[in-house]
Design a protein around this ligand. Sequence first.
Ligand code: ADP
Ligand code: MG
Length: 332
Amino acid sequence: MDPRELGELGLIEVLRRRAGAPGRRWRIGIGDDAALLASRAGTDLVWTADALVEDVHFRWSTADPRALGRKALRVNLSDLSAMGARPLGFLLTLAIPGDAPGARVDGFARGLLAEARDAGCPLVGGDTSRAARWCISISALGELPRGRALRRDAARPGDALLVVGELGGSALGLHVLEHGGPRDASERRFVRMHRLPRVPLGAGPLLARRGWARTAIDVSDGLARDLGHVLASSGVGAEVELGALPLPRGLARACAQRGLEPWPLALSGGEDYALLVAAPPDAPGDVRLARALDTRVTRIGRVVAGRGCRWLRDGTVEQPSGIEGFEHFKPL
Ligand code: ADP
Ligand code: MG
């Protein structure tokens, strides 16, 4: 898919052909001034956007085009799931250099459209432009039963705090990439977690439909920061047991090899896209939820009255150091 050979319209045509028909809900997909969706009574729509920018979110020296294509859509699907919504479709604004290698564009498009097929979330339109660096901007639309959204301001004292998925693996993978690359199979596994996080995409919609969660947020900027958003919006506090955080198998050992502490990675490392959930007291416990969701689910603490988070280790308060989340505009 050489941009100079194909030109703008040629690129769009290849995307349109490969994307295929968008399914019955879409009256119009790629090709008109805008996409047209048949609306459905009794539902709320959820609309999100997330961009991946070259040299900010990824570097071509370490990125894999197919994985990047999948990740670009997956991070948006993660936002929809965190609201409790199922995906309907997405728009792609693709800005790339004119001399972008054809194989790179091709790999990116294959990964992206494979993710779209797997998720049942068709590409229905977008925009295409030339740019000095890659900017992949995706906007995805989702739907859920009316009034069922998993809002950040809905956590209540007495709720259980659960993590669906794992924390810290992506941050270790990034560290490995930025410090000489993987040295063994274990490090390669963490690099894969960074390139393409395993996101529990079915979890949000199921929790919302069953009423098993009040709040969910996908952990993209680190647990400490994302939990902080929930607590501030809901006007509540929390107690979290550090020993309970769900680290991926082998993380502690791999960290030790690199002279790193696992806790800062789990608390402030971004891009794991685990789901942090506040579950009401009458919801099923973590073991039953893990079975229902077919994913790791871990109870890490509880919501309490008050403000801010108390971090505990074996029940005593501990102030972990270095828990800053990712921030674009302020030096950490
Ligand atoms: P306009 O002149 O209205 O901006 P474009 O020529 O940019 O139209 O786009 C033509 C059609 O192709 C539109 O339906 C648009 O949604 C779609 N399109 C453009 N770029 C992309 C893209 N990167 N991915 C998917 N669809 C695209
Ligand atoms: Mg356009």
